[in-house]
Design a protein around this ligand. Structure first.
Ligand SMILES: Cc1cc2nc3c(=O)[nH]c(=O)nc-3n(C[C@H](O)[C@H](O)[C@H](O)COP(=O)(O)O)c2cc1C
Length: 385
């Protein structure tokens, strides 16, 4: 059975619903874990005022009983606390006068607005904006957190850290403590001293009215060896992970291991030599980022993603009012100055989703205990050569 999730909802609608299907029965999923990951997605410095207004109120509607999955589809509803003030404008049957004030006729460069209008024919681009909004990634984070719960149960950790904002670069985490700090920290930073240079950079961008992008790294630690496959393009784990991270709004680049740097290096400095230590096969480097030939090789999986600067800024970009066909500044909906620490949490969730999906496909089992035993047997077989 494959894992799959579907999400439904709009940014200012009633809320988001996420349905996760294909989970084994007996997997512990706690409300605390779901809530704490959603809270992490709200983190960062320079988030827009909406972060203060929104409250993430979640309710599990099905598929979970007494804290354990039942094997039935798991559905989770995320309430939109702002919906009350948007009710009239977002009414599914007949919008009221309020909707007139919320019409979007000046597409925002860097958003789905213009191609979405041309594709679906929406004269009011609010229909595009509401669904293309990155608010949807709260729902993806919920699905990814369910996947994270499955990975935790198998002894696999997914962690993330911010590695740059607006050209201010940080070193990757170099110890479990630094990873743990990055996961806890409001800015996703591995070391306390990293925070103020990032905050200063965001403050100066805010003062001057522009937005910033940046990069983050996601690690998947203790994946079983041999997850994914080289036998078909769509079974390669590297491709699946890259696709999932790339699907996050505003992510414009994804790499694995030493990624783009490898292109400039001679071959002797680009791979991870295989050595014998006693009877164990070991590597002294992890340039491949834990995946060779589309399969995990037993090393830590290391992914990196680049986020473009948020397209909405205080002074919006030049655009055209499509109702008059005259030059006009783009519509302004909401403006985080920088959302890299939040995107990193979404990146962790999407990486967890792909890792858990590949494991469920490969090892299967209707009960979590069966899946867990199969993974354990596989690990022992590999470690015994
Ligand atoms: C966590 C997160 C928060 C975001 N916040 C904003 C925002 O406040 N304003 C904005 O214009 N874009 C924001 N974006 C980026 C847009 O959603 C994204 O650029 C847009 O949907 C177009 O997608 P594309 O950049 O992948 O083409 C955010 C993205 C993420 C991942």
């Amino acid at each position: 059975m494959a894992l799959r999730f579907l999400s439904a909802g709009e940014s200012h609608g009633r809320g988001y619903t996420v349905i996760v299907e294909g989970l084994p029965a007996g997997l512990p999923v706690s409300l605390e874990l779901l809530s704490s990951e959603l809270a992490r997605r709200r983190r960062g410095w320079g988030r827009g005022p909406r972060m203060a207004l929104e409250r993430d109120v979640i309710e599990v509607w099905s598929g979970l009983r007494d804290g354990l999955t039942t094997g039935a589809p798991l559905s989770i509803c995320l309430d939109n606390t702002e919906w009350r003030s948007w009710r009239g404008a977002m009414d599914p049957h007949q919008v009221d006068q309020q909707a007139q004030d919320k019409v979007v006729s000046c597409p925002r460069p860097g958003h789905a607005d213009l191609p979405g209008r041309l594709k679906y024919g929406h004269l009011d681009m609010r229909n595009v904006l509401e669904r293309s909004s990155a608010r949807a990634t709260a729902g993806w984070t919920l699905a990814g957190t369910v996947a994270r719960a499955l990975l935790i149960g198998l002894g696999i950790q997914v962690r993330g850290a911010v590695t740059s904002i607006g050209g201010v670069h940080l070193a990757d985490p170099s110890s479990d403590e630094e990873w743990a700090r990055a996961v806890r920290s409001n800015m996703g930073c591995p070391r306390e001293a990293d925070e103020s240079p990032l905050i200063n950079r965001i403050d100066s961008a805010k003062e001057e009215g522009y937005s910033l992008g940046g990069t983050f790294v996601v690690s998947i630690k203790d994946m079983p060896t041999g997850v994914g496959s080289y036998v078909e393009w769509d079974r390669r784990l590297d491709g699946r992970l890259a696709g999932a991270l790339m699907s996050i709004p505003a992510i414009k680049g994804v790499s694995l291991g030493d990624g783009f740097d490898l292109a400039d290096r001679p071959g002797i400095e680009a791979h991870d030599e295989i050595h014998l230590e006693g009877e164990a096969l070991i590597r002294r480097t992890n340039r491949a980022g834990g995946i060779e030939g589309g399969m995990t090789n037993g090393q830590e999986v290391m992914l990196r993603a680049a986020m473009k600067p948020i397209p909405t800024m205080k002074d919006s970009l030049p655009s055209v009012d499509l109702s008059t066909m005259e030059a006009h500044r783009a519509h302004v909906e909401r403006c985080d100055v920088c959302a890299v620490p939040a995107a990193c949490v979404v990146g962790e969730a999407m990486a967890a989703w792909v890792a858990a999906s590949a494991i469920v496909e490969q090892f299967g089992g209707d009960r979590f205990e069966d899946l867990s035993r199969r993974v354990q047997d596989h690990r022992s077989r590999i470690s015994n050569g």
